[in-house]
Each structure stands twice: as C-alpha cells, then as structure tokens.
Ligand binder design. Structure first.
Ligand SMILES: Nc1ncnc2c1ncn2[C@@H]1O[C@H](COP(=O)(O)OP(=O)(O)OP(=O)(O)O)[C@@H](O)[C@H]1O
Length: 218
C-alpha cells in the first residue's frame, strides 16, 4: 500500500511510456536528476501541459508498462496531495477563500514548516516577487492576473524540500519589465533546490536563464 510520502527522500524523476488524455496520446522518455532544471519544449499542442498534469496527478493515464518514479518510488498511484510537488500551472489555481499570503503560507505548512515561520516565509516571498504589501491580505478575486501569477510562483517556492517542481509558463502573466527580475528570483531559488525541475516555456530567454537541459517533445 502506498503511504503518504511526507518524509520521503528526493531523487531522480523517471517517466517513460505512453500518456493518454482523452483522444490524445504521447510517448515519453524523460529522466531528470536531482537539482537539474529541464526545459520541455515543442510547438503548441505537442503535449507539454499534458505531461505536467499527469506528473501532478491532475489527469491522464500511463500505460500499464510505463514508469513514473521519483527516487525509485512508484508515484503512479500516489494521491496528488501525497506527492510533495511544487507546481505552477498556466491558470494559477489559488484557493479562492484564502488570502494571497495564506495561499502561500498554507503550502509551506503542508510541507512541514511551523506556522509562524510559514507566515514569515510567505510574506518574504511575496515581497521578493513584487506583490505590494497591501495586496498580501486580499483574496485571489481581488488581484490582477499578473498578481495572481506572482502568488502562484511564491506558493511553489514556499514548500520545503519538494520532490519535484513543475513550472508551466510560470512567467506568462507577468508584465515585460518585471519578467527579468522575477526570472532572477526563480533562478536563485531553483539553484538552491535539490528537486528535479521541469519547466515549460515558449520564451527562449527563460530556457537560457533557467534550464540546464532541453527535452524536445514530439
Ligand atoms: N482536457 C483535454 N482532454 C483531452 N485532450 C486535451 C485536453 N486538453 C488538451 N487536450 C489535447 O491534448 C493535446 C496536447 O495538449 P497540451 O495542452 O498538453 O499541449 P501543449 O504542448 O502544452 O500546448 P501549448 O504549447 O499550446 O500550451 C492537444 O492536442 C489538445 O487538443
């Protein structure tokens, strides 16, 4: 039986096999080492988001002969909430009844950070990502798209020791002048992490600044 992996060690990602989502199928063979940041590239519709959604447990199936492991542990049937992933999806998926800061601190506490530290960490991350202090206590519906995007990035960086980071166009909603500084914030935090990271982006500057390797799909 699969136990919650709250204290499971990190390790390499191995994903191989055929992923199916509705009518769409895609053969993948992806390995990412701890600390590696891999850019998943390819044209619109090739299946980048499908791969990330499958890894997060949000949809899609892997053929019975396929492999999805982290540090050797089979993740295929582990409930999403037990996978210890840090994710940024194209739609920010914030918890609607929580404030910006609570969305971030909640992710930190779920990862084992004590509540007081989690609040401090959330405030620091939101500051670092340029969310004005008077917006920290607002709920997502009171924030702009770019502000919600900043909260989603902060949330993905708040969890301690995630086993895998999945970043799907993390800077897509960010205005052009802020993109460079936010890319630097992301780069700094990712450099400190032992988790394997998969980044999906159409921006070559992101790939150059953030990724250590490119995996073309299709
Ligand atoms: N909910 C869904 N159910 C079934 N098929 C879907 C669904 N969403 C997308 N698809 C199909 O899956 C395929 C891959 O889509 P996906 O979003 O993974 O591509 P992508 O590489 O991330 O594209 P983009 O660069 O445009 O974001 C597409 O052909 C798309 O039509």
């Amino acid at each position: 039986m699969n136990e919650p992996s709250l204290h499971a060690r990190g390790g390499a990602l191995r994903l191989a096999g055929t992923i199916t989502r509705g009518e769409f199928t895609l053969a993948v063979d992806i390995s990412v080492e701890p600390g590696e940041i891999v850019a998943l590239s390819g044209p619109n519709g090739v299946g980048k988001t499908t791969v990330l959604r499958f890894l997060a447990g949000l949809g899609g199936t892997l053929d019975p002969d396929g492999t999805y492991t982290l540090g050797g542990e089979d993740m295929t049937h582990l409930p999403p909430e037990h996978r210890r992933l840090a994710v940024v999806f194209q739609e920010p998926r914030l918890v609607p009844h929580m404030t910006a800061e609570t969305n971030v601190s909640f992710a930190a506490t779920l990862s084992g950070i004590p509540r007081a530290d989690a609040h401090r960490r959330a405030a620091e991350l939101l500051d670092e990502l340029g969310l004005p202090p008077n917006k920290h206590t607002l709920k997502p519906t009171k924030l702009s798209g770019g502000q919600r995007g900043r909260v989603a990035i902060a949330r993905a960086l708040a969890a301690q020791s995630p086993r895998l980071r999945l970043l799907d166009e993390p800077l897509a909603a960010i205005d052009a002048p802020s993109r460079g500084p936010l890319r630097d914030v992301l780069a700094r935090h990712l450099a400190d992490s032992d988790a394997p990271t998969i980044l999906v982006t159409h921006d070559p500057t992101d790939v150059k600044a953030l990724a250590t390797r490119d995996i073309p799909l299709g």
